[in-house]
Design a protein around this ligand. Structure first.
Ligand code: CAA
Ligand code: NAD
Length: 287
């Protein structure tokens, strides 16, 4: 079983940035790549802020942060992932974009490198078709938002995933301080099969005038002890991601009850994607 020393991350958004931070802090050489101008700079600035806060709160020493920083690099070319022992993809929840990227990655990395997707819902077996004979090295490694805080990594084997790949991925998740749990390769796996229809239903409740957003969220927070109400959580996840996940559920489970709520889709059409654009269900003026 070859050792993982270098972690490559594709996508410097909220998930990719979090995965890269946790990997570097855990002692792995880490390279995070994003194709879009500005994304890498924003990611670096967020790392600066979160790592400084960790020192202020006494959770890390300054020298631990300095060492993590030395292990962390940012790239605007995919080529920088050449030496990665695992590539973790965290770009938009679109199968074609992900497959195109994995085809390119396959031509770059060594024959032992694991190819992992942080997809929320898309079939791992389907994504693995992009890498042909390398499918035994392909796996789902599903982190949760915010990555530095959330304990879980859902580990999803595709039909062709090899036991060595699963073992190494589980070991990596543990080395990153996470708890890996298995789920089968079905639409939404476990987490989003259960969570996303609940979020979608909250949009229907709002659309149908059952209550205003603040009250829907307040009722679910105070009544069910959720840290965030479902509409606030949707903004936090990204409304675009929520729509993509519902589309995967509706198509994969072939059941209209999983269709994305029209109001949720309308907000996405208007560019109101949640925290990341400063406005979704709620407004976030600071962003
Ligand atoms: N990135 C990194 N760290 C963050 C963060 C972020 N975006 N937001 C909050 N934190 C950290 C804070 O720094 C703080 O850490 P310290 O204690 O070390 O300072 C800690 O989280 C608690 O933060 P706050 O005190 O500011 O706020 P809080 O107590 O309200 O907690 C929360 C914030 C952790 C986000 C909490 O509201 C929560 O757990 N919300 C639910 C999150 C959730 O359900 N995530 C799963 C989403 S579904 C998913 O990820 C899967 C998918 O495929 C869509
Ligand atoms: P995001 O919009 O915050 O970030 C996506 C990043 O990918 C952006 O920085 C974008 O510039 C970059 N990107 C897009 N296309 C690219 C390409 N072709 N090459 C390189 N970079 C590219 O999205 P996110 O919330 O981080 O979600 C990323 C993935 O993680 C999705 O598959 C999503 O379903 C999954 N996920 C999201 C959450 C969540 O709560 N947001 C939780 C778990 C999993």
């Amino acid at each position: 079983m070859s050792e993982i020393r270098t972690v490559g991350v594709i996508g410097a958004g909220q998930m990719g940035g979090g995965i890269a931070q946790v990997a570097a802090v855990a002692g792995f050489e880490t390279v995070v790549f994003d194709a879009f101008e500005g994304a890498v700079g924003k990611c670096r600035a967020l790392h600066d802020k979160l790592l400084a806060r960790a020192v202020d709160k006494g959770k890390m020493t300054q020298s631990e942060v300095d060492n993590a920083r030395k292990r962390l690099s940012y790239a605007s070319s995919l080529d920088a992932l050449r030496n990665a022992d695992i590539v973790i993809e965290a770009v938009v929840e679109d199968p074609q974009v992900k497959k195109d990227l994995f085809k390119q990655v396959l031509g770059l990395v060594s024959g032992h490198a694991i190819l992992a997707s942080n997809t929320s819902s898309i079939s791992i077996t389907e994504l693995a078709t992009a890498v042909g004979d390398a499918a035994p090295r392909f796996i789902g490694m599903h982190f949760f938002n915010p990555v530095p805080v959330m304990q879980l990594v859902e580990v999803i084997n595709g039909l062709a995933t090899g036991p060595d790949t699963t073992e190494r991925t589980i070991a990596l998740a543990r080395a990153m301080g996470k708890t890996p749990l298995p789920a089968n390769d079905r639409p939404g796996f476990v987490s989003n099969r259960v969570l996303m229809p609940m979020i979608n239903e909250a949009f229907y409740a709002w659309m149908e005038g059952v209550a205003e957003p603040e009250d829907i969220d307040g009722i679910m927070k105070l009544g069910c002890n959720f840290p965030m109400g479902p509409l606030r959580l949707a903004d936090f996840i990204g409304l675009d991601t929520c729509v993509h996940i519902m589309e995967v559920l509706a198509e994969g489970l072939n059941n209209p009850r999983y269709r994305a709520c029209p109001l949720l889709k309308q907000l996405v059409t208007a560019g109101r994607l949640g925290d990341k654009t400063g406005r979704g269900v709620y407004e976030y003026p600071a962003k």
